[in-house]
Design a protein around this ligand. Structure first.
Ligand SMILES: [Zn+2]
Length: 89
């Protein structure tokens, strides 16, 4: 189970963005410029979650029990709790 939240962080001078599994008590810096990274967004699903996949469309599938969208790396549907069918292909 992942308990830290994932953030999209941006380097102000370059606009470069990275995904950071962030501890809120720490300061994160760009490896090249040393600048402090600015959080621009939280990634869904929010922690705590058993899934490591962001909620982008290519990472989702429909549960065959309740027809809700669930992350592809989960075995059990987070909405209805039932074991989802194996992925076809
Ligand atoms: Zn379901």
């Amino acid at each position: 189970m992942r308990t830290f939240q994932k953030y999209r962080m941006r380097t102000p001078s370059t606009g470069r963005e990275v995904i950071v599994l962030a501890d809120p008590d720490k300061v994160y810096r760009d490896a090249q410029t040393g600048e402090q990274l600015v959080p621009v967004a939280q990634l869904l699903p929010l922690a705590p979650t058993p899934s490591e996949l962001p909620w982008s469309i290519e990472n989702l599938r429909f549960c065959n029990h309740c027809d809700q969208l669930a992350q592809r790396d989960l075995l059990d549907c987070p909405w209805c709790g039932q074991r989802m069918d194996d992925l076809a292909g």
